[in-house]
Design a protein around this ligand. Structure first.
Ligand code: GLN
Length: 291
């Protein structure tokens, strides 16, 4: 390996990544991977372009670059992803948190700030994965108790470790296949980013999803199996005036709204993500009056 400067190493990395990624992403990822390989900050990277790299440093950059060129997600290579201002540990046992899901967090926080809210809100995050939604709500919403459940013990361990690392003591991680371990409990807010991709969707063969757990992505022939189950069962676990908020695929809003309406939810609406796709549907639960 010939000796090269940091700038040369970055340019070469960017060029190779541009073979598989759009140019802007290639340039950003080259920087991120070099920062991780060298253990330096962005500011350091910007100010040390002419610094010659040792053979060991070049090899470290090369190793991370090679993994990325094989398709491995950046979040797996770094073992980390930012979500709603929180740094979260990510492993191949969990879905990688995405900016789209911040739409759900914003909507949930808005419903946690109403003047008529109970003093301590009880919140349930179904299929928590890294804990992204649960931890974002626990850290930004005042006076709430969050139960984060997942059917995967490995994912739940990641969520629990993230909660510890962030010092969030108002989050309890519970092993549960959707509502199975929660019989008799009631919540003011139920949130979920369940699997919602159709099993034959060609996107499953592209990009990061190839490396994520299938159980966190795929849900039957139309992608709606889990959403159907969640929406049907949610009323039994919601307090009066509580809200259900679910993320779904860009083409599932009408189906999810219909499922919510069929259960008797009111104030049903769909919100758009940062890419202007319909992404989150919510509804309020008002128990029917006895006749
Ligand atoms: N939004 C993810 C994707 O389409 C899927 C996440 C999910 O199934 N919950 O890549």
């Amino acid at each position: 390996m010939t000796s090269s400067t940091l700038q040369q190493c970055l340019s070469a990395a960017k060029q190779r990544l541009a073979g598989v990624l759009p140019l802007q992403e290639a340039s950003q990822e080259a920087r991120i991977l070099c920062m991780a390989a060298l253990g330096v900050t962005h500011a350091w990277l910007l100010t040390h372009g002419d610094k010659p790299l040792t053979t060991a440093q070049q090899a470290q950059c090369e190793a991370l670059l090679e993994r990325r060129l094989q398709g491995e997600p950046v979040a797996h290579i770094l073992g980390q992803r930012e979500f709603f201002g929180l740094s979260l540990q990510v492993t191949p046992d969990t879905l990688i948190p995405r900016p789209d899901t911040e739409t759900l967090v914003e909507a949930a926080l808005a419903r946690m700030r109403t003047p008529d809210r109970p003093p301590v809100l009880r919140i349930l995050d179904l299929g928590t994965g890294t804990g992204a939604i649960a931890l974002a709500l626990a850290s930004h919403g005042h006076d709430c108790q969050v139960i984060a459940v997942d059917a995967s013990a490995a994912a739940l361990a990641v969520a629990a470790s993230n909660a510890r690392a962030l010092g969030l003591h108002n989050v309890q991680c519970v092993l549960s296949d959707w509502f199975s371990a929660l019989e008799g409990q009631r919540f003011d807010l139920i949130v979920s980013n369940p699997p919602y991709i159709a099993e034959n969707d060609p996107h499953l063969q592209q990009g990061d999803v190839r490396f994520e757990p299938r159980s966190a992505l795929v849900s039957g022939v139309d992608g709606l199996d889990d959403l159907r189950q969640l929406i049907e069962q949610a009323p039994r676990f919601l307090n009066a005036s509580g809200w259900l908020l679910v993320e779904h695929g860009y083409n599932q809003a009408a189906a999810v709204q219909a499922l919510c309406a069929a259960q008797g939810f009111v104030q049903i609406q769909t919100l758009f993500d940062l890419g202007q796709q319909p992404r989150v549907t919510l509804g309020q639960w008002l128990p029917p009056h006895p006749v």
